[in-house]
Ligand binder design. Structure first.
Ligand code: SF4
Length: 331
């Protein structure tokens, strides 16, 4: 990501990472703000400026450190070093939280966040797993901050616990030689290339994501695969059958042995639709009244019969290539 300007909380410059970023982007305009949560100039922008706003970088100090219990691939969702993202997947769940202000925010008080993580892990009787990437894509963030390298090596010194994060990016080479000591789980999220092209704007190609997953597995990391989100556009059966065949052919034997698979259907919302229609008027329309239904809070889900058909189709296709016990869950 090459940002066009930086909005920053002045207190961020008291932290080591704040100083590094200040130097890294010294040639860009730096605009002081009171709070990363409320930048009136951006909040009052129109939806059509969404893509332009994604080029801004916001730098601040994270004040909220509340862990949320989770029952899928981790024990807790942990607020970590960033929220928001500079990519523009049309279904991005972060838009539900941050609306058009879902640009990338970096939090410079990483020592405080890692310290809490390690202490919580060590206090527990068993090994806890912490999802540190539920608010952003940490592999993308790492290309700016190197926070992932710093986190993986430091958390690797812990005697207990695991950290995990999903990604749609392939920039993993700087992670391969780290001393992770098996305490990091990277989960790569994939979709058919046609869906990546039309819907996951600004993310890595399918082939590169598969290569990244193989490389991380070879480097001794624990790995996982997300087939997510399942987007039921025209020809979805052909697209997902081809995707699963590609995965079977291109994932290494070691990766196939080690992964568990998470399958997540797309949800969509009134807010995402409003922004996409104005910001990307020529993009694929993800809302289809015939296929989707609203279920409160302006959220759309695939209708039950279609969802059931798709779930059974995906299980059959996955079952042709992988052991069905590899599926951790389908939601
Ligand atoms: Fe959102 Fe992830 Fe896409 Fe970034 S890569 S826009 S966080 S879905």
């Amino acid at each position: 990501m090459q940002p066009d300007k930086i909005f920053y909380e002045p207190s961020a410059l008291n932290y080591e990472l704040g100083k590094i970023l200040r130097n890294q982007y010294k040639d860009l305009p730096w605009i002081p703000i009171e709070s990363h949560n409320n930048i009136p100039e951006l909040r009052n922008s129109s939806n059509s400026e969404f893509a332009q706003m994604k080029r801004h970088l916001i730098i601040g100090v994270r004040k909220t450190h509340r862990y949320v219990p989770n029952y899928k691939s981790s024990d807790f969702l942990v607020p970590y070093t960033s929220s928001g993202c500079s990519a523009m997947c049309l279904y991005c769940y972060l838009v539900c939280h941050y609306n058009k202000c879902s640009y990338l925010r970096l939090f410079v008080n990483r020592e405080q966040m890692l310290d809490k993580l390690m202490k919580t892990a060590n206090k527990s009787d068993g090994d806890l797993t912490f999802e540190i990437g539920s608010n952003s894509d940490l592999v993308l963030e790492n290309t700016i901050t190197s926070n992932l390298e710093w986190t993986i090596e430091n958390f690797g010194k812990n005697e207990k616990g695991f950290i995990t994060f999903p990604t749609k990016f392939d920039n993993v080479d700087s992670l391969l030689n780290l001393n992770h000591r098996g305490r990091t789980i990277i989960r790569v999220s994939v979709n058919p290339q046609e869906i990546i092209n039309k819907i996951e704007l600004g993310t890595s190609s399918l082939r590169n994501r598969i290569n990244a997953l193989n490389k991380m597995c070879e480097a001794g990391y624990k790995v996982g695969l997300l087939i997510a989100p399942i987007v039921l556009i025209d020809n979805w059966k052909r697209l997902y059958a081809e995707l699963i065949t590609t995965l079977a052919n291109e994932l290494s034997e070691k990766t196939k042995k080690e992964i568990l698979i998470e399958v997540i259907f797309m949800t969509y919302s009134y807010v995402q639709r409003a922004i996409n229609n104005e910001a990307f008027p020529n993009a694929t329309e993800l809302y289809d009244q015939k296929l989707m239904t609203g279920r409160g809070m302006g959220k759309y889900f695939y209708r039950t019969p279609l969802r059931a058909d798709a779930e059974s189709f995906l299980k059959d296709e996955i079952g042709k290539q992988f052991d069905l016990s590899k599926i951790m869950y389908i939601v």
